[in-house]
Design a protein around this ligand. Structure first.
Ligand SMILES: [Fe+2]
Ligand SMILES: [Fe+2]
Length: 286
């Protein structure tokens, strides 16, 4: 019996790395064999990814092709992580996606909380004449609240959001991003600085940040569908939808409080959004 005809029986016993090296060699040797059946019998299915062949057990390499598009698996497993095939690919993509979502959303909620804390730290201490509009009830918003009252309400909601992700971190064994302390300090500083420039500037910051966060939650809700996790991650999806709606409401509140009338709003908004997108990019990876 040739090595080529023995290989299918031996495949489960061989290290995947060795199998990956052996199969092309057998294909080469059987190409010169006299019987076509011999070449057909020596082509066991193998993982298409080099890293999968190097790291996955041989049993995983023999699983049927997975149903997820490989681009999605690679997207979820990016950042130098391993890319597998078959059932292990689904488990890996799922776990890495949850880890990424909890980590980056925790960072985002922490940043939002710190922005509002920074704004209130200044607005609560400023003399009335410095920013009279901060304590003037809005004639536009349904509740007629002042900008300071609106910020306090948003702060309470951000605290609930953050507490939820802190709880999820323990439950899903996710870790915080290493830039969390930087993000926390930057959020507080940005909130305080814009509040010093007046309530419209503070609301301009809120409008830009909440627009990015709303879109970010929308992206994650779409990923739940793309990764086929609608049922297995139904509670997490429900949270993402609820928080997306809260963030959209925060942006509407900022616009009600004249965010768009802040000086240089467009340029300022672009700068803030670029900063937020950079923070999201980093937090998703480290
Ligand atoms: Fe939030
Ligand atoms: Fe928010």
């Amino acid at each position: 019996m040739s090595l080529g005809s023995r290989l299918p029986r031996l495949a489960p016993l061989l290290p995947a790395k060795l199998l990956a090296v052996a199969v092309p060699a057998c294909r080469l040797s059987t190409a010169t064999a006299s019987t076509p059946s011999a070449s057909a019998s020596v082509v066991p299915p193998v993982a298409t990814s080099v890293s999968a062949a190097a790291s996955a057990p041989a049993s995983d390499a023999l699983l049927p092709p997975h149903s997820l598009p490989s681009a999605l698996v690679k997207k979820a497993a990016r950042g130098g992580k391993l890319v597998y095939s078959g059932a292990r690919a689904r488990r890996t993509a799922h776990a890495q996606w949850v880890d990424k979502v909890v980590r980056v959303d925790h960072a985002g909620e922490l940043g939002a909380l710190r922005i509002y804390q920074g704004q209130l730290a200044v607005l609560d201490r400023l003399p009335e004449w410095w920013a009279p509009g901060a304590h003037t009830p809005s004639r536009v918003t349904p509740l007629g609240e002042t900008p300071v009252e609106a910020i306090r309400h948003m702060l309470d909601q951000e605290r609930e959001h953050l507490d939820t992700f802190i709880h999820l971190m323990g439950e899903r064994q996710a870790r915080p991003t290493i830039i969390a302390p930087i993000w926390s300090a930057a959020g507080f500083a940005a909130g305080a600085a814009t509040a010093l420039a007046g309530e419209k500037m503070a609301m301009a910051l809120t409008s830009a940040v909440e627009e990015v966060i709303t879109e970010h939650y929308n992206d994650q809700i779409r990923e739940v569908h793309e990764l086929g996790l609608r049922e297995t991650e139904a509670p997490l999806r429900k949270l993402l939808v609820q928080f997306r709606d809260d963030e959209a409401e925060h942006r509407a509140t900022a616009i009600h409080h004249h965010a768009l009338e802040a000086p240089f709003y467009e340029a300022f908004s672009r700068l803030v959004k670029a900063g937020c997108l950079t923070a999201i990019f980093v937090a998703e990876r480290v």
